[in-house]
Design a protein around this ligand. Structure first.
Ligand code: NOJ
Length: 563
């Protein structure tokens, strides 16, 4: 695999392609119950990629042209964390359809050349999973050791008063969603570990039987022809063998909710233990047995630790998700630094990737402060070297939904404060101007955003300069440009407020100039004869332009073809 950094030849689909994340609850409801389903995804496949191979660069295509879709969980689940609490890994929740619908979805996607990536949630199950129901029956149940159970820690020796508990949690770990990471099971007198809600008990990956069972889950879906997995919090699978206390975080935000024990700690012992890589190697070996499949991991750690998830020689994940750009302020040089650090750190075998939005974060357009910035972000995401992941609705510039407090559904928002709710980025997809944005005939599970009548696929398709048409143009342009999907990356020092880089494959050279500020900039790139603007984020400018005095309007990005 070496050498693909500079050549655009022989790339795998997960290198060359663009991934589009679908949150199935919110994409398209076909049963009239207010919740999206798999049939809804099938019905909208042509929107994502109609399989047409006729590539045009100057005409706006009808479909987006993404190469793969990642589906957030659709398995049977009590929905304590909206599907990230799985009660059966090998089935489909009736809310979303059934296995036959899933198979149909795979077939229809493949017919259009779209790959299917599904979520794999290996760290925890639902407390309603039969394994956990067994496990909690008694301390000597054969499945007891499938989860992480510990005796209470004796409380300080002062005499216990009547009614006081006999002991506290086994250590000081906090849950991501607030409160302690341990819940006492009164019936059997032990605590179990859950770093999310208490309905998400954590599997014991030190137990070979668990490993076997969870590898079988991967096999089950590989046999159904899925092309890859997005592995949920994969860096959490192994915890410190002694479950030691985490140290306090001296830099913790003093305004954290009192309930946020997690935010007050340094996460030394609850995650990212070296032994996790052995498990990831097993995942990779299995994927490789099936050929051209892809393992993506949700991995948040700092660069030196994060990079290890590729494996020492590329025997780990194909793509540990790179969320770093999401944490940068909207400044050209901050973005450039983050990209350059990544480029410098990646070994030759490791392929970069970028994520700007997900079901866990405020909407891109809201985070960046406006639609104009969101358009520049789209151009950046789709022109950097590496695999981009788009989040459904970002192609319309959907902003954070306004969720009345009584309608908040997300446990993070319920436990840690309304401002932390992830519901804001999970509102229904906006298809057209009809009631409920064409998402459903019933009241949707989360309110549709107020702007749906003007911000939707139908309206934006008819507007030649909409952000949707910008995404379409960028995606199709990228698709036929070896420099963009596979070429080298070289940043240029041009102007502090602009992020400027050259992408090149063979003789094909594309210059990207992104103005990050709300004022016009004039930049000069010496030594270039012959250049043509191919796409502006404003979608109103094309043709020959001199690079000795290139004018950029406020928040404008351009792709320039160099002769
Ligand atoms: C990460 C997922 O992206 C998030 O939505 C979920 O709540 C947690 N993992 C727990 O599975």
């Amino acid at each position: 695999m070496s050498g693909y950094q500079q050549t655009s030849q022989n790339l795998y689909w997960w290198q060359r392609g663009v991934v589009y994340q679908i949150y199935p609850r919110s994409f398209k409801d076909t049963t009239g119950n207010g919740t999206g389903d798999l049939q809804g995804v099938i019905d909208k496949l042509d929107y994502l990629n109609d399989g047409s191979t006729e590539l045009t660069t100057s005409v706006t295509p009808d479909s987006l042209g993404v190469d793969a879709i990642w589906l957030s969980p659709f398995h049977p689940s009590p929905m304590a964390d909206f599907g990230y609490d799985v009660a059966d890994y090998c089935d489909v929740d009736p809310l979303f359809g059934d296995l036959a619908t899933f198979d149909w979805l795979v077939a229809e996607a493949h017919r259009r050349g779209i790959k299917i990536i599904i979520d794999y949630v290996p760290n925890h199950t639902s407390d309603q999973h039969p394994w956990f129901i067994e496990s909690r029956r008694s301390q000597d149940n054969p499945k007891r050791n499938w989860y992480i159970w510990r005796d209470p820690t004796p409380l300080p020796s002062s005499p216990r008063k009547r009614g006081e508990p006999e002991g506290g949690p086994p250590n000081n770990w906090g849950s991501f969603f607030g409160g302690p990471a341990w819940t006492l099971d009164e019936a059997t007198g032990q605590y179990y570990l859950h770093q999310f809600v208490k309905e998400q008990p954590e599997l014991n990956w030190r137990n070979p039987e668990v490993r076997q069972a969870m590898m079988d889950v991967l096999r089950f879906w590989l046999e159904r022809d899925v092309d890859g997995f997005r592995m949920d919090v994969v860096g959490l699978l192994i915890k410190d063998a002694e479950l030691r206390d985490n140290p306090p975080n001296p830099d913790a935000d003093p305004n954290l909710s009192p309930n946020d024990l997690f935010g007050r700690q340094l996460h030394i012992y609850n995650q990212d233990q070296d032994e996790v890589h052995e498990i990831i190697r097993d995942f990779r070996r299995l994927l490789d047995e099936y050929g051209d499949r892809c393992g993506i991991g949700e991995v948040w750690f700092e660069l030196p630790r994060w990079i290890k998830y590729y494996g020492e020689k590329g025997e780990g994940l194909h793509l540990p998700f790179n969320f770093r750009l999401m944490r940068q302020p909207w400044q050209a040089q901050a973005m450039r630094r983050s990209v350059d650090e990544l480029e410098a750190a990646l070994p030759a075998f490791a392929w970069p990737n970028y994520v700007l939005g997900s079901h866990d974060f405020p909407r891109l357009a809201s985070r960046l402060g406006g639609q104009a910035q969101a358009r520049v972000a789209a151009m950046m995401l789709l022109t950097l070297r590496g695999t981009p992941t788009l989040y459904y609705g970002d192609e319309l510039g959907i902003e954070n939904g306004v969720i009345p407090p009584e309608k908040i559904q997300d446990p993070q928002g319920i436990n840690l404060g309304t401002e932390r709710t992830r519901d804001v980025c999970r509102t229904p997809m906006q298809w057209d101007s009809s009631p409920n944005a064409g998402f459903s005939t019933a009241e949707p599970w989360l309110p549709v955003s107020d702007d749906y009548a003007t911000r939707n696929v139908a309206v934006q398709s008819a507007d030649p300069t909409s952000i949707l048409n910008l995404y379409r143009r960028l995606l199709w342009y990228r698709r036929q440009s070896p420099a963009l999907y596979g070429g080298s990356y070289q940043p240029l020092d041009v102007d502090d407020d602009c992020f400027v880089y050259l992408r090149q494959a063979g003789d094909e050279r594309r210059l990207i100039v992104l103005n990050f500020i709300g004022q016009a900039r004039q930049v000069s790139i010496p030594g270039e004869e012959g250049s043509r603007v191919a796409i502006s984020t404003h979608l109103d400018r094309e043709g020959e332009e001199s690079l000795s005095k290139l004018e950029l309007r406020p928040h404008e990005g351009v792709i320039i073809e160099l002769m």
